[in-house]
Every structure is written in C-alpha cells, then in structure tokens.
Design a binder for this molecule. Structure first.
Ligand code: COA
Length: 175
C-alpha cells in the first residue's frame, strides 16, 4: 500500500536518486532548476510516496517569483513530480499532486501556482493552463505551451521567472 509522508522525513540522497531515474542525469541543466535557484523547497508542500518502506515518488514545491515592471510577484512552483518508472501509471503522480495542492490550500499558498509540464497531464487532471503565462520569460529554454499556472492571483503581466529574493536581501535593498 502506498503512503504519502512529508518529504523531509526521507533521506535526501534517496530523493536525488529517484529524480535521477525519472529525469536522467542532465536534469540540473533544465530551466526549472535555474528558476528555483538555491532556495530550499517548501517543506509543508513537499511529499514522498512510500511503498513498504521504499521511496516510489516525490513532489517538491518552491518559492519563486515573476520579476517584472510591477516588482516581484510571488509564485509557488510545483515540481519536480517524479514517480519510479516501474510504478508510473498507478495513480501515484496524481496522489502526490492532489496532496500538494490540498496542502497549498490549507497553507493559503494556492493563489498563484505554476509549473513546467505537459498540459495534457496537468491541464487534464489539475486545471493548470497557459492562459496567463504568455508574457512570462524564463532564464533558459522553455516550450511556451508547457509554462502552466493556476490560481486567482496568477499575474498575466510580463516578467522574468526566478528565485524569490530572500527577505534579508529585500530589507537591505530598501534600507
Ligand atoms: C509524469 C508523472 C509524474 C505522472 O505520474 P504517474 O504516477 O505515472 O501518473 P498517474 O498514474 O497519476 O496518471 C496516469 C495518467 O496520466 C497520463 N499521463 C502520464 N504522464 C503523462 C504525460 N506526460 N502527459 C500526458 N498524460 C500523462 C497517463 O496516460 C494516464 O492516463 P489514464 O489514466 O487515462 O490512463 C510520471 O510519469 C513521471 O515521473 N514521469 C517522469 C518525470 C516527469 O516527466 N515528471 C513531470 C514533470 S515535473
């Protein structure tokens, strides 16, 4: 039986191995990694799927922002979502996404969610669309139709996606 548990209860090395098997060794070159930067994931929105004590899936969420003419608009980036190849198609990806979205709602962090992924999956099951992302830019290559968002506060303005400025940096900048 699959159990979902907070990701920070799992050995980080095992999570990295799972991500390697789901995305391959070139994953660090992906634009999504540049957007997230070096910030830590949001623990309350990040989960692992475990079967008989074995890690079979994970989801992480990150604090990012769209930086544009209107300043920094905070967003939560979902992903990577990864399921062990042998377990793909068993509903684990959907369970992880559902848990992360429920947690985001509970934490009042579901106003402006985004991800880079297949619209056939994230649109079909979770109502993510590219309707408001047309003017967003990314710090690397991205297929526009895979730049997806969900939530009432998703900005449809132009801007560059990137890590959210740390609070300390914001305080220094405004001092
Ligand atoms: C994409 C992924 C997370 C989906 O998780 P999963 O547990 O395999 O999928 P689920 O069992 O929840 O859902 C299965 C359904 O989604 C569909 N689906 C799975 N991946 C899909 C994709 N990339 N595009 C469109 N549909 C997809 C399946 O066809 C299936 O549809 P059905 O129910 O009509 O048969 C998983 O396959 C994975 O880890 N892939 C490699 C890493 C990756 O691409 N992650 C997503 C980008 S962050």
């Amino acid at each position: 039986m699959i159990k979902l548990v907070p990701l920070d209860t799992i050995d980080a090395t095992l999570v990295e191995t799972l991500l390697d098997s789901a995305f391959g060794p070139g994953r660090f070159q992906r634009t999504a990694y540049t957007i997230r930067g070096r910030s830590g994931s949001i623990a309350a929105l990040s989960f692992a799927a475990v079967e008989d004590g074995i890690l079979v899936g994970s989801i992480q969420c990150w604090p990012i922002a769209l930086i544009g003419d209107d300043g920094e608009v905070p967003l939560v980036m979902l992903g990577p979502v990864a399921v062990e190849p042998a377990h793909q198609g068993d509903g684990i990806g959907r369970s992880l996404m559902t848990r992360a979205l429920d947690a985001a709602a509970t934490e009042h962090l579901d106003d402006a969610l985004m991800l880079i992924g297949d619209p056939d999956y994230y649109g079909r099951f979770f109502d993510f669309t590219a309707e408001r992302t047309g003017r967003w830019q990314a710090p690397g290559p991205v297929e526009r139709h895979r730049l997806l968002a969900r939530g009432r506060a998703v900005p449809d303005t132009g801007g560059m996606l990137g890590p959210r400025a740390p609070v300390a940096a914001q305080l220094t900048a405004s001092a």
